[in-house]
Design a protein around this ligand. Sequence first.
Ligand code: OSB
Ligand code: MG
Length: 377
Amino acid sequence: MITIARLVLREIALSLREPFRTSSGTTHDRRVLLVEATEADGAPGWGECVAEEAPAYSAETVDTARAAIIAWVVPAVLGRAFAGPEEVFPALEKAFRGHPMAKAAVEMAAWDLAAQKAGVPLAGLLGGTRERVEAGISLGIQGSPEALARQAAAAVAEGYRRVKVKVAPGEDLDFAAAARRAVGEQFPLSLDANAAYSLDDLPVLQRLDGLHPVMIEQPLAADDLSGHARLQAALESPICLDESVTSAARAADVIAFEAGRIINIKPGRVGGHAAARAIHDLAGRHGVPVWCGGMLESGIGRAHNVALASLPGFTMPGDLSPSRRYWKRDVVSPEWVMAGGCLAVPLDRPGIGVEVDRDLVETLTAWRQELRSGTGR
Ligand code: OSB
Ligand code: MG
C-alpha cells in the first residue's frame, strides 16, 4: 500500500556541456521538473519529467506539465491509497486525458517510493533481470560531417555499443556517410530524424537506407503511422518509432500496421513505468525488439531508465550514456559511469539506487512548490 501525503514539485536548471541539436531544435540548457513524493513518513520517491522547454519533440512542455501536475495529477493521487505503484497510471488515465509526460513524472516517483518502502531496487520491482545495460550515444547535428565523424570515432573508442546520429533534411547524407566511415562498416550505427521527413523525401531516405543503419528512428511525423508503414515497405533498414509511441495502444497500432519493426521506449514519454512495461511485454509477444530511449535526463530520470532497461526485452543498447556525457556535475551520487560499454544497474540499494544531491538540487532550483493532502489546494 502506498499513500503519497506530500509532493514537492521543483524546476532545476542544468547546463549541457555541449549544445544538442536535432531536426527539431537546439538545447543548451535543460529546465528539468523534479518530483519528490513522500508518505506521511519515510524516504521520498523521486521522479523526473522529460518534457522540454518548447513543444518541439511533443506537445507537452515544462510549463504545461507543471500546470497539468498541479491541476490534475496531484488531485488524482495525493492522499489516495494505492495497493501498489502499478495502480497509479490507471487512476491517472481515468482522471484525465493526455499529458503522459506530466503523468509519468509522478507515476515514476511512486515506483521509487514503493521500491524504497519495500527495501528493494526499482529494477527488481519492475521485473528487471540484467545487472548491466548496454550504453549507446546519441550525437546531435554537428557543424560539419568531419566534426561528426570525429565524435563518432571517439564514441566507438570510448566503448559505446551503438552510435546514433541525428539527421535533418539537408544535413543527412554527408553526415550519415561520414559517421558510417568513422565507425566502420560493421558497427551498429543508427539514424534519428525526429519526424523531419515526408514521403516526398523517399529518394534521400533510400540513400540513408543504403548506409545500412541498424535502424532509422522516427523519419516521419509522429501521427503518421500509415506513412511509416508505406515507408517501411520501401526500406531495407528497420524503422524504429519514438515520438509516435505515446501509449501501449499506439504501440499495438505500430505493430498491427507494420509501421516500424523496433520500438524506442521512454517511460517518461508514455505515462511512466506501468505503460512502459506494458509496451515491453506487448512487443515481446510480437517479437519486436525494444530499447530504452533518453531525453537528456538528469541522473534521476536516468536511474529510472536504467532500471527499466534491465527488463529482459530490452535487447538493444539504449540512449543511456554516463553523466559526464551531459553534465559537469550530475545531481546524483554516485554519478552514472560507463564501464565496458555498459552502465551497472544499482542492485545493492533500494529504489532508484542513486542518492539525490539535495544541496546541489537546492542550488539549481528555479522554483519549488509543495503540495500536501488534506490542505486546501
Ligand atoms: O529523439 O531520442 C530522441 C533527446 C531529446 C529529445 C529526443 C531525443 C533525444 C536524444 C538524446 O536522442 C538521447 C539521450 O538522452 O542521450
Ligand atoms: Mg528519437
